[in-house]
Design a protein. Sequence first.
Lengths: 453, 569
Amino acid sequence: MPAPEQFRLIFKHIDEPGYTNDLACYVRNGGYEVLKKSVARKPEELVDEVKKSGLRGRGGAGFPCGVKWTLLDRKSGKPIYLVVNADESEPGTFKDRYIIHNDPHQLIEGIMITCFANKVERAYIYIRGEFPEGARILEKAIAEARAANFCGPNILGTGYGCEIYVHRGAGAYICGEETGLIESIEGKRPYPRIKPPYFPAVLGLYQCPTIVNNVETLCHVKHIADRGGEAYSKIGTPNNTGTRILCVSGHVQRPGYYEFEVGKITMGQLLFEVCGGPLPGRTFKAVIPGGSSAKVLKFGERYKGKRKSGAEMVEYDWGLEDIPMDFDSLAMIGSMGGSGGVIVMDDSVSMVEALANINAFYSHESCGQCTPCREGSLWMKKITSRMVHGEARTEDGALLKSVADQIAGRTICAFGEACAWPTQSFIAKFGDEFKAYPEAKKAPRAAAAPELV
Amino acid sequence: MIQPASPDLITVNVDGKEIAVPKGTNMIEAARRVGVDVPHYCYHSKLSIVGNCRMCLVEMGMPAVDPASKAPVIDPATGKQRVNWSPRPTIACATNASPGLHICTTSPMVKECREGVMEFLLINHPLDCPICDQAGECKLQEQSTGYGRGYSRFIEQKNVKPKRTLLGPRVMLDDERCILCSRCIRFSKEVAKDDVLGFVDRGSYSTLTCYPGKKLENNYSLNTVDICPVGALTSTDFRFKMRVWFLKQTNSIDTETSVGVNTVVWSREGVVYRITPRENGSVNDTWMPDSGRTLYKQIREGGRLEAARVSGSVADLESAVKAAAALISGAKVAVVGSGRSSVEEQFLTRKLAARAGAEAYLVSRVGQGDNLLVSTDKNPNVRGALVTGLISELPKPSLGALGERIDSGSVTTVVSVGEDLLAAGLSASQLAKVSIVYLGTHDNATSGLAKVVIPTLTVFEKHGTFVNQQFRIQRFAKAVPGPSGSSDDLVVLSKLLSAAGGEALGADVGSLWPSIASEVPALSTMAYSNIPDTGLLLDSSPWSTLAFAEEATLHFKPAAAAPKEAPRG
């Protein structure tokens, strides 16, 4: 079956020749028309549209956006804040950066519609420290939008006003965790908060009700307000509506960002057709489907079970290539859609070395607040780094798995899972390679073996 | 005292045992009530909850309800409501009891969680227990024995962190031992209001440190040592002095102010090694000021009186008492009692004053308080003097009135119970006009001038009670024996009383208390042995019109009714 065409909603203009990130260009392409339309409506209607749209958060967890908004404590009398999570740190993910760099006004329009819908008067864009250029672009775009009265006080003569501030992080993965991010905005160490009681919808930024949404999610809000929730929900598949930006990296012919209707494209179509298949002379070995914390999938595996199709349950028997790229299907087969970062590894990759790389990242980024993640992530890193430095033991695979099992599900935030899942899945799927690694390490590298690219 | 309105009780089930607990009780406290220990490190009942150690993970279940009808789902096998157990473990410290909550602390999952956390905490811990001061009272030791696996799978290099960092004059930090529970940080911020501690660096390399240029030197810094569950924070005073398992613990009271902080005195073979706070939720929670912890040093300080003296020459107790009685009998006597004496001593002092027809004075010690656990009244037991009737109004800032009476010749003998009369406002020339009987522990200007000197005991060497600023009567007990040559204050006072022709009363708290109960209205229903460890609140209404010096402290608010009077002198 041929791969479907890309459905470019968010990235509509991104590669257009001559499309720039300034206000004039955005307005020329119909920008801020949706905002003008939206501020004439009732805020509650807009929230309803988002609920109807079935939009799921694009940051990683895939939590329904409309539900998140309805959980807001609106009776507290405290101000409501919107925090835009632009701390795109998940290895393998680079969609938000493109939005910010190339189409910042789309984000600002989405933010303003969201703020208007939720009666928010302060929005913070938390952008990771490694995006200095992105922060400059956003600052400039906000100033332009403010000058044109699209944000700031009394926008478009409605009497409604909302300020947007850019807050730069200092370069920590954990700041992408929403409560850690909130702590960071408050000027503290970004230690994620315990939930309960600190759910952002009730006790978020400055202990006020707070919405935390991903950059891409907020851009979708603009398109929902434009098309209407009903119409938007027709894009994609039921429960996995809209479009999804997939960031493909690694050993494929054409890595890059691709926007498709959610669930309309399979892993096989994406990798073989859209991305052009493996590099010459190589074969695919494994793929991580949703950012480095998602569980790895192995080529040649088969996934069997029952799934819901409409109202009834149907059997499925998928190869890796047959998996639709949507939240539910990927969760069903034991991984996740996550942030949409598809990392492809071919047969030149040693899974032990790949895991050593991932573990080094997570041990470096663990905030250190709670014990299992703090100690476990570094321990796993020390094991894998010892392995790749020539002192591997056959029992290390089992030890790694046992350490990972002691982390997942026992930490304050989802970082516990994020750092444990790679190890768990690498050992589960490539356990033999870990067992054979001590011997393989001793053997000289075959002369014909392709070098890492 | 007004009892709080009975809080709403809810029933929870801990390991199959049902217990009613007040709403808002967390799982750890609920389990504690049925005698189930939920191990933890970061949780402290008096600090905010952060849930970072993950040691208190337990399984949680709620009674099953039919989603549609809201009717309880009954398990046909047992006939009881079914329990829906959460698939993930929950931290007991941050989960409050709700009606019907089930807690399981014995399941394989909980066991495995605890083993995992213990293993993680120990992999980068130096395991230097043989040279660690915390050994014997270390939560890591206790809980690894109780809940750990007992072996290690860790063969990598341990992290290296700073050792022997002096955080302040009294606190030493070993970062390698630190398990990053953040209790000390929260204490400094929330209780001591001196936010100088924090973590730097990330992940497993996180390091506890003091803000650059600052020191942990507030008067509560040693509480961080008490609450540190491991050997990371140690007291520079106590470090390497003694293994804690050799030490005997004796309940005592901090005598530095009228707060009456509950303490434990740790001693071995007659030597006190340290003082730590004892939990009393109505007085000091679990804290005490640093300044109260070194009071034990007075025991072995120089200048301790070692023998009774009569007119400068050493005498035995009997002849010293006889000589004192001779100075009292038939003379115009004044008695200077002390707000540092116990209730029992003050009772006997009153009896002695009454017998001698003397007016009783008390030395005032009003100074600076910190509104936490150091009050403005530096006497621990002014209330006791009021309760026993030794005095009927608050002590004046100085003994000027007594001085005038000496000058006018209407006082010829002064009995001082441990008070330095020169420091209290009498002049040397005034003291030269009178005969002084001095009962006390240490040499001072007054003991040098006294005709009769009888050595007595410090608070660590005797039993007794104090009445603190809340009118709470609290016991202290003898931790160590007094030095040879000194006698218990009660023995001296009762001997003096009978030698002066008064009645023969008990010379220890046990035999004295029946007399106290029969004569002191506020204590009439009490016996010494019945006073609980955390004290007993007395009816303060007879003294409600007095303008006490104290400002608000941790669990004390000055009575609003009492008008502040200008100090009189």
